[in-house]
Design a protein around this ligand. Structure first.
Ligand SMILES: *Cc1c(COP(=O)(O)O)cnc(C)c1O
Length: 493
């Protein structure tokens, strides 16, 4: 007999204690990261489907044939939903980032130009494409968006050329929910023989049911691939997204295959080798349960809640909805037209919203390549469960606004001043810093960001993100996250 180190009961009790400290995944309290359909039947079925395939290895659908059947059926459903016809093929991936990375990898494989291939996108494109360009060695060319976060079509078209491997646009963008001009940009790309990816990771399962939209999906001829996350508005557990690609030959470049080693022949459609079939099975089951009509109903609920909340923001003096959002998400910014003593800083507002039980996502101000600055905002993602919580959320939004109206936002310089003088000098001359782990911890400590997680108020942290040179921020945040999982950092170590 194996001498177990603990009983299952004790272990699960410990897990329950850990889980109790997590942000709530259900009930609409966290307005990002989690997508709650509000239907227990969806979650229960997903859990049962995950359990049913738990021992499988998604590495080999010829050995575990259920995986091929489920993947084919999910792709078929998504292809129909996104206006694809017979020439569209696809893959279920582990998430939006992997779908985006594979779209870039495919474009790089198919790139026939000379020199370093360029990835062209509006500055609003998801960070997953920064990651893809970094991993796969493409030059990232980000075209500034206008003051409302909209892609500049003329500038995008002007930037196209023979060294561009892929143009990426969003439907909609994550930060500000902008539906990019898909038809215009895809047509221009197509006329120059450039592939065009539509990132509908967040919109893919809601925009098909959104009223009054121009074509944005595979119905647009120049669109060569599209991504849609099943673990967002497909309500599946994390680990599932779809990448659909126009043309079998184009898509085959996505695969990695080798027989040049002494082991089994390797054929991978995605980045992983051995992989779980759980998120695929859950997605497949949810699609069968909801069907198109079910997704439509949930999307319409999101639409009603979003319209109501956009109205709520419009009714709060000192705040404004940023730009013209499309889909169940939007960003809130200060209304600079209001008198200074009536203005609301969106980050102070988010911190107060949190105190009232709702977690929104703080987004720092952003200086684009042309020097123009997009303001700091607070992002809200609306899910079907939100509609039943509307009065509570709206009340919290009003209350939070009253509590911080007239309180100026934290200036970046102010945020730096919070550190000791020598530290700010150190940070001011970003290039002089020794970027090692010990120095990072020292600096984080000076800002009160060491040890047990993050402070209650995030506004000062975001001001710091705005103040510091980007490489410094990236280095410090890496240290912060890496330190979270170092042995001996908490009582459980
Ligand atoms: C969520 C998202 C991604 C990345 O997806 P992950 O599932 O978080 O890896 C990419 N693009 C957009 C527009 C998204 O909303």
């Amino acid at each position: 007999m194996i001498p177990f180190a603990a009983t299952a009961e004790d272990i699960l009790q410990e897990l329950a204690t850990l889980r109790a400290a997590d942000a709530p995944t259900h009930g609409g309290k966290v307005l990002s990261y989690v997508y709650d359909s509000g239907l227990a039947a969806v979650d229960d079925l997903a859990a049962a489907a995950m359990l049913a395939v738990q021992p499988l290895n998604g590495l080999d659908p010829t050995t575990f044939t259920s995986i091929a059947v489920m993947e084919r059926e999910v792709i078929t459903f998504m292809r129909t939903l996104l206006g694809g016809t017979e020439d569209i093929v696809g893959t279920v991936t582990s998430g939006g980032t992997e779908s985006c990375m594979l779209a870039v990898k495919t474009a790089r494989e198919n790139f026939r130009g000379v020199g370093v291939p360029r990835l062209l996108a509006p500055a609003s494109v998801h960070a997953a494409f920064h990651k893809a360009a970094h991993y796969f060695g493409l030059a990232l060319d980000l075209i500034p968006v206008d003051a409302d976060g909209r892609a500049d079509t003329a500038a995008m078209v002007a930037a196209m050329g023979p060294d561009v491997a892929l143009v990426v646009i969003s439907a909609p963008s994550y930060p500000h929910a902008v539906l990019d001009p898909v038809s215009e940009i895809a047509a221009a790309a197509q006329s120059q023989g450039i592939d065009c990816h539509v990132d509908s990771c967040i919109g893919g399962l809601v925009l098909p049911f959104w009223p009054d939209l121009p074509d944005w999906d595979l119905r647009v001829p120049g669109v060569t691939s599209i991504s849609a996350d099943l673990h967002k508005y497909g309500y599946a557990p994390k680990g599932a997204s779809v990448l659909l690609t126009r043309g079998r030959d184009r898509q085959r470049s996505q695969y990695f295959a080798t027989t040049s080693w002494p082991g089994y022949p390797v054929v991978n459609s995605t980045l992983l080798g051995s992989k779980s079939a759980g998120p695929l099975a859950a997605s497949w089951a949810i699609i069968k349960l909801l069907g198109t009509a079910g997704f439509a109903e949930l999307a319409v609920s999101c639409h009603r809640a979003t319209v109501a909340l956009l109205g709520t923001v419009a009714g709060i003096e000192g705040l404004r909805v940023f730009g013209s959002p499309t889909g169940p998400l939007f960003a809130v910014a200060v209304d600079a037209n209001a008198p200074a003593d009536r203005r609301i800083d969106p980050h102070h507002w988010a911190d107060r919203l949190k105190a009232h039980g709702f977690t929104a996502q703080l987004q720092p101000s952003f200086t684009q390549a042309d020097g123009s600055v997009l303001p700091r905002t607070t992002h809200l993602t609306i899910t079907p469960v939100t509609e039943s919580r509307l009065p509570e959320l709206q009340e919290a939004m009003f209350q939070a606004a009253e509590e911080v109206r007239g309180t100026p936002g934290i200036e970046p310089a102010q945020a730096l001043g919070a550190a000791e003088g020598s530290m700010s000098t150190l940070l001011g001359g970003g290039s002089q810093i020794t970027m090692d782990s010990a120095t990072a911890r020292q600096i984080l400590g000076a800002f009160g960001l060491d040890g047990a997680g993050l402070p209650a108020d995030m506004a000062p942290v975001l001001a710091l993100v705005e103040a510091l040179p980007r490489p410094v921020t990236q280095w410090l945040l890496t240290e912060l996250l890496a330190s979270l999982v170092e042995p001996g950092q908490d009582a459980h170590g």
